[in-house]
Ligand binder design. Structure first.
Ligand code: TYM
Length: 336
């Protein structure tokens, strides 16, 4: 039997952080043997807010190198660049014409990002989830493994697929497969180091709020030392009054590969002065092999280019037939 398919992507905007790793990439690594994995760099999404053209291509390669450095096997998974396949933008246009405007206006991420952009909100920022729906539905995945913050976008994707199927398909022969989100509990919501109620984010102006995957051991240790805490003694999970404590214990749990019960037993009597150096050391150890591999890959552009070329070809073989199927359903003529 053919393997089920997973698909996911990350925007090449700035450095990736622990949230991207623990909420997304780490899960892909675990799933890649069991599933046929399609993983891409969402560079078309990266220009929905003002961006630096000098850095876009380089950031795209960095994300590809990060995937592989974190353990994605390029022989097995299909790694590709969104903008290398025109099918993404084309299907997004077709979806634009069947998606009600008010579905997009209520997207939480749009509202949050629009506030930050002030007068400069582009149509692209509003339309972002429609492009994401195209990214996903082109590959007819069974599952889409993402962090918690993408849940609403995946619901919209399902709604767009269902609407297209309802309007242009029939119940027995749906045009598009409706995928399921896959959001794992551990690591799904890594929070900021400066405020345990806000998610760790690339767009937070404070570097102290996040740990980048490329941070040096000294920087990681300093950021953890300065992370916001509280005056309580003893450490425990799941206390709404102690969001930072819950977040830092959760990071320790996933980075050390231990169960929640083991972390509770180990840390319940600790104070911050004992716990923070332990967490820092664990984070440094977990990231060291990733950083070494990342640096080696970034020195071999030809190798990365080859992977992305092969990825483009494998992605095209799936994406273009899906696009053709949708265009046929909508009644387009064929060029002769
Ligand atoms: P992006 O680039 O913001 O984030 C990439 C992945 O990292 C996860 N993530 C987090 N997980 C846990 N805690 C956090 N603090 C945290 N911050 C980010 C995200 O949930 C995501 O899985 N719109 C997407 C990119 C995209 C995409 C797609 C994803 C475009 N098309 C199709 C899946 C399928 C995004 O901006 O992710």
């Amino acid at each position: 039997m053919a393997k089920q398919r997973i698909l996911s992507g990350i925007q090449p905007t700035g450095n990736l952080h622990l949230g991207n790793y623990l909420g997304a990439i780490r899960n892909w690594v675990e799933l890649q043997d069991q599933y046929d994995a399609f993983l891409f760099m969402a560079d078309l999404h990266a220009i929905t807010v003002p961006h630096d053209p000098q850095r876009l291509a380089d950031n795209t390669y960095k994300v590809a190198a990060t995937y592989i450095a974190c353990g994605i096997d390029p022989e097995q998974a299909t790694i590709f660049v969104q903008s290398h396949l025109s099918a993404h933008a084309e299907l997004a246009w077709l979806f634009n014409c069947i998606t009600p405007l008010n579905w997009l206006e209520r997207m939480i991420q749009f509202k949050e990002k629009a506030v930050k952009q002030g007068e400069n909100v582009s149509i692209g920022l509003l339309d972002y989830p429609v492009l994401q729906a195209a990214d996903i539905l082109l590959y007819e995945p069974d599952l889409v493994p993402v962090g918690e913050d993408q849940k609403q976008h995946l619901e919209l994707t399902r709604d767009i697929a269902a609407r297209l199927n309802f309007q242009y398909g029939s119940e027995d022969t749906p045009i598009l497969k409706v995928p399921e989100p896959m959001i794992r509990e551990a690591g799904a919501r890594v929070m900021s180091l400066t405020d345990g109620t806000k998610k760790m984010s690339k767009s937070d102006p404070s570097e102290q709020s996040r740990i980048d995957l490329t941070d040096s051991p000294e920087v990681i240790t300093k950021k953890i030392k300065r992370a916001k805490t509280d005056p309580e003694r003893g450490l425990w999970f799941d206390d709404p009054a102690r969001p930072e404590c819950h977040n830092l214990l959760g990071l320790y749990m996933v980075l050390s590969g231990q169960t929640k019960a083991a972390v509770v037993a180990e840390c319940q009597d600790m104070g911050w002065g004992q716990f923070k150096p332990l967490l820092a050391e664990t984070a440094v150890q977990a990231l060291a092999p990733i950083q070494a591999k990342f640096n080696a890959l970034m020195g071999d552009r030809a190798y990365l280019e080859q992977i992305l070329k092969t990825g483009q070809e494998k992605a095209a073989a799936v994406a273009y037939p899906t696009l053709a199927k949708v265009k046929d359903a909508l009644g387009f003529s064929h060029p002769v």
